[in-house]
Design a protein around this ligand. Structure first.
Ligand SMILES: *[C@@H]1O[C@H](CO)[C@@H](O)[C@H](O)[C@H]1NC(C)=O
Ligand SMILES: *[C@@H]1O[C@H](CO)[C@@H](O)[C@H](O)[C@H]1NC(C)=O
Ligand SMILES: *[C@@H]1O[C@H](CO)[C@@H](O)[C@H](O)[C@H]1NC(C)=O
Length: 590
């Protein structure tokens, strides 16, 4: 009896003592449950474009201030070097190959709002879990994860079907075609193909018509009318030049409704900012998740007059400085509403800057600092190493720099745990909870290996050898730079992942990033005694990783990426799709 009583008391008191002993250094755990979460993601911003990452001529005072008040990660790695797969990994905490969101061919992103590929409905985003945990969840800005599966309004891939309560922004991505006075980028590529198809269909129609008239070929009238309709449609598409890309892809939506088709680019920036601020103000009384997914700093670099010509780096610099100002505006609202200490703020870019994006001598893409390569290159550091900053006053230390390897996929378990949710148990989650590392309760990140994919092709592997501090990186495949040695694929616009555009390395190119972050001098068995040991260890890690992969439907297959008239979001009666529902809105003076 006494024994039972003692044990009863022990069971009551022990946890209490333990919880006192284990009290985290900064704040009690009770306060840190269910903070607000504000995720700021730039588009195509290079790690070398930000002041606190070493840029002394672009002014990013607000992002720098975040780092001053929080934790700056210097080895923050995107799971893919392009928007669609990188963001799929970010949203799901899984390598994009697991959700079928990475490329098997050269179609490496979603190309049309009217395609059928996209983030599969059975993937669980962190937004979905936070929504179940009682959060108000909002996405403002870019999505680029698809819209429909089978019919115009099924919205199977839409943000509202992936855990967001509120969406305002572009279901697609900004492209130069969106701005009428810019040289179109997508249209240039499609126009040639379209012209060829137009001629082919025209030829078939003509042959069929002649055959029918002369009685040599038996063709039904219905068939002939169909063919004629098709050739007319193709001809109009070709003739309307970049117009059609703009109407089909450059649209804005609020929740399920198309609000601007095509979007009015002059007002986009202020609308995005206004929507972000009003989302915070609407939801300040309950925990909220705001994913502000900037359209900055992707071409065509939409920049308002106030910022044009202000930076030392042309239009690109102007655009980055405007984005930084927007970051400042959002932080100011968080501060003004008294939410600063209850809000975790995160800033990152979806992948590295786009080196090939130039017009004449004008650089329109980002800068990746000392890192080699850029956007679209899966292996080289410049394509995947991005800024990563966390701020949470009172919980995370201020002015702290962490060099450990971390991934954008880590946001998933980090915010799920903070919200009090549980990770899905029926699938592999590749991200790791960052809180212990950010708070300084552990020294090392949990990532021993990171796999660097280019499409579905594994290009490189990183091994963090924790006892020695070495960051080994082995490249099995690298793109062939063109012109040779140029550091990018200037004549293609993007470096490819496979085929003739790449070199296979056996033995792989090995670097130790802790000594050679620019990946300038590959090691060899002669210069590195551990060469064979490291390569063998990585080989085993790849085998183990591959065993965890299972085949899934390919979201970026040719069938899934092509434009389908019956899937095109349309705010009229297809094909007459145009509207401007923001037109009467008086813009707030932001
Ligand atoms: C700062 O960014 C600009 C624009 O991308 C770039 O041209 C410049 O080289 C960068 N400066 C440094 C010191 O990295
Ligand atoms: C917020 O946290 C900081 C840092 O711990 C502290 O100095 C400040 O007083 C806190 N502010 C409020 C309103 O609690
Ligand atoms: C989603 O569905 C596809 C197709 O049925 C399947 O292959 C995949 O494993 C599913 N994914 C998850 C996370 O359940």
């Amino acid at each position: 009896m006494i024994w039972q009583l003692t044990s009863y008391w022990t069971s009551l008191v022990t946890p209490l003592i333990f919880s006192l002993l284990l009290q985290p250094p900064l704040t009690q755990l009770s306060i840190i449950t269910q903070p607000n979460i504000v995720l700021l993601m730039a588009d195509d911003l290079g790690i070398g474009d930000v002041g606190c990452y070493g840029n002394d001529t672009i002014r990013t005072p607000n992002i720098d201030q975040l780092a001053k008040e929080g934790v700056k990660l210097t080895q923050h790695i995107a799971a893919a070097p392009l928007c669609t797969p990188s963001r799929a990994a970010f949203l799901t905490g899984r390598y994009p190959i697991r959700s079928g969101m990475d490329a098997i061919n050269n179609y490496r992103v979603i190309f049309w709002n009217g395609g059928s590929g996209g983030l599969p409905p059975n993937e669980t985003t962190f937004a979905k879990i936070l929504q179940q945990q009682g959060y108000s969840t909002g996405l403002i800005g870019k999505w680029h994860q698809g819209v429909n599966c089978e019919s115009r309004n099924d919205h199977c891939h839409h943000p509202l079907n992936h855990g967001f309560d509120y969406f305002y922004g572009m279901p697609f991505t900004l492209i130069s075609d969106c701005q009428p006075n810019e040289t179109p980028e997508m249209d240039r590529a499609f126009r040639r193909k379209l012209w060829l198809s137009t001629q082919m269909i025209g030829l078939v129609t003509l042959t069929a018509a002649l055959g029918r008239l002369t009685g040599l070929i038996s063709v039904r009238w219905k068939m002939l009318i169909c063919l004629a309709g098709f050739s007319l449609l193709f001809f109009i598409s070709w003739f309307s030049s970049y117009g059609f890309v703009r109407y089909w892809n450059c649209i804005m939506m609020r929740n399920h409704e198309v609000t601007e088709q095509p979007m009015v680019t002059d007002r986009t920036t202020s609308l995005i900012l206004r929507e972000s601020i009003s989302f915070i103000e609407r939801n300040k009384h309950k925990p909220f998740l705001l994913f502000l997914s900037f359209l900055h700093s992707h071409t065509p670099l939409l920049t308002t007059e106030k910022f044009l010509g202000r930076s030392h780096h042309g239009l690109y610099g102007d655009n980055v400085e405007e984005m930084d100002w927007m970051v400042g505006q959002v932080l100011e609202v968080i501060d003004k509403e008294g939410l600063k200490n209850t809000t975790l703020v995160y800033f990152a870019s979806d992948h590295g800057g786009w080196l090939e994006r130039q017009e004449g001598k004008r650089q329109l893409g980002g800068w990746n600092g000392i890192y080699r390569g850029g956007k679209a290159m899966g292996g080289w550091e410049g394509g995947i190493r991005v800024p990563g900053i966390f701020r949470w006053p009172g919980v995370l230390p201020a002015a702290t720099v962490i060099d450990e390897p971390t991934s954008l996929m880590d946001i998933y378990p980090t915010v799920v745990h903070l919200a009090g949710g549980v990770l899905p148990q029926d699938r592999v989650i590749d991200g790791r909870d960052l809180m212990p590392l950010l708070r300084g309760t552990v020294e090392h990140s949990e990532h021993e290996f990171l796999f660097h994919y280019c499409g579905i092709h594994l290009h490189a592997v990183r091994w963090h050898q924790k006892d020695s501090g070495a960051i080994w990186k082995a490249h099995y495949v690298t793109p062939v730079f063109r012109p040779l040695g140029a550091g990018a694929c200037y004549d293609r616009g993007f470096c490819p992942c496979f085929g003739e555009g790449v070199t296979h390395h056996d033995p792989p190119l090995l670097f130790d990033l802790s000594r050679d972050p620019s990946e300038a001098k590959p090691l060899s068995p002669d210069t590195e005694p551990l060469f064979d040991t490291v390569i063998r260890k990585m080989g085993r890690a790849i085998e183990e990783h591959r065993r965890t992969l299972t085949p899934v439907p390919e979201q970026l297959s040719v069938y899934n990426v092509v434009w389908k008239p019956w899937l095109q979001p349309c705010c009229g009666t297809f094909p007459f799709c145009w509207c401007d529902k923001e037109g009467d809105n008086k813009l707030a003076n932001l």
